[in-house]
Design a protein around this ligand. Sequence first.
Ligand code: NAD
Ligand code: MG
Length: 400
Amino acid sequence: MTQYVAVLGATGSIGDSTLALLAAHPERFSVYALSGYGRLDKLFSLCQRFVPKRVAVPDDQVDTFSQRLSQANLDIAVVGGQSGLVDIATDSQVDTVVAAIVGAAGLASTLAAAQAGKRILLANKESLVMAGSLMMQAVRQNGAVLLPLDSEHNAIFQCLPASIQQDNQQIHDEHHGVRHLWLTASGGPFLHTEYADMQQATLAQAVKHPNWSMGQKISIDSATMMNKGLELIEACHLFNLPEHRINVVIHPQSIIHSLVEYVDGSFLAQLGSPDMRTPIAHALSYPERIHSGVKSLSLYDLAGLEFLEPDLEKFLCLKLAREAMQSGSVATIALNASNEVAVQAFIEAQVKLTDIALINARVLEKIAGHPEVVESLEDIMAIDDVARRYASSEVRLCQQ
Ligand code: NAD
Ligand code: MG
């Protein structure tokens, strides 16, 4: 039976890989809806190529984009803004929602997809960092299926027994014997750079990831290792474990994508070329397997694989993420919001790369006394808003 797919964040890096797979398997998948925020020329080309039924653009672009589509004789309904994304994510015709918007902007539509009981392919890790409990509760209550696209989480998912894959509550059952999860991290472009040199890093250096080709924000997050911090929080929610049961190991070759350690001493790992088409193909076809077009891993050519302990002083963001997870949802929401503001300030050359961690640390200190009421999307967005204001004032202080 054809799976009708909505790709939210279709113009990005995950969007590219997803659409390549959907195009390669037309007998299985139909592109029902797309969304894009910037690069609307690219979105227009995707509309010409895939002819979806619906497309979401920013609110102020709805009229212009509709006109452009009708001039090209394309009968595609255009919706706008966050409400348009939510509308698509909950459309009764949609089976699968690929949540590939970057940042907090992806939260409302991902949560709505969970509430509508969809099959969700989750790339937008920020939605679990901000709303992990709410998301997992919505998934359970509405019979949604949540499949991780993040390569590490997809690797762990593949290494867990089928019963845990289907119900993460079961991880606490001794019977399954999971001791730890091990998230691998490449260490990013500055793994072997002194802190003093990292302070001078340019944007071009920061986004040049050694192994993966990704969007700008996640590339910068990889350079500060905030990405691994966000992934640690993501893993806690996805796999229903406290942060102390999840370890991080630096593995610069990015061949082992993560591991599960069992009580009998077994470590199960998933390996592959660093190419997002593998986890996306896995999640699209789960529990079956499809061809992804990824080149086979050449085991004979693999030089020694390395494993190192992360330096938490140099990569303070990773330490902050652990502390935030211990502290609770207010802290994880604030950390995510602050990080988005600080990363944007680095992109705009207002702060140094190393200021990102310092800004995040100060925002976490400031938010510490905030009352812990996180029961709805509105509560989350209110904390997000306060944290963004704190972060903006910290950015101004860094500039003085
Ligand atoms: P990207 O920057 O390449 O693409 C982001 C997409 O989000 C684009 O389609 C953009 O138009 C859309 N978008 C941006 N701001 C928006 C807004 N305000 N409202 C609506 N849409 C908006 O990013 P990416 O690398 O594809 O990453 C997407 C998500 O997947 C991120 O959460 C990232 O952490 C996660 N992820 C990416 C990779 C990867 O290899 N690229 C791997 C693991 C996880
Ligand atoms: Mg990852």
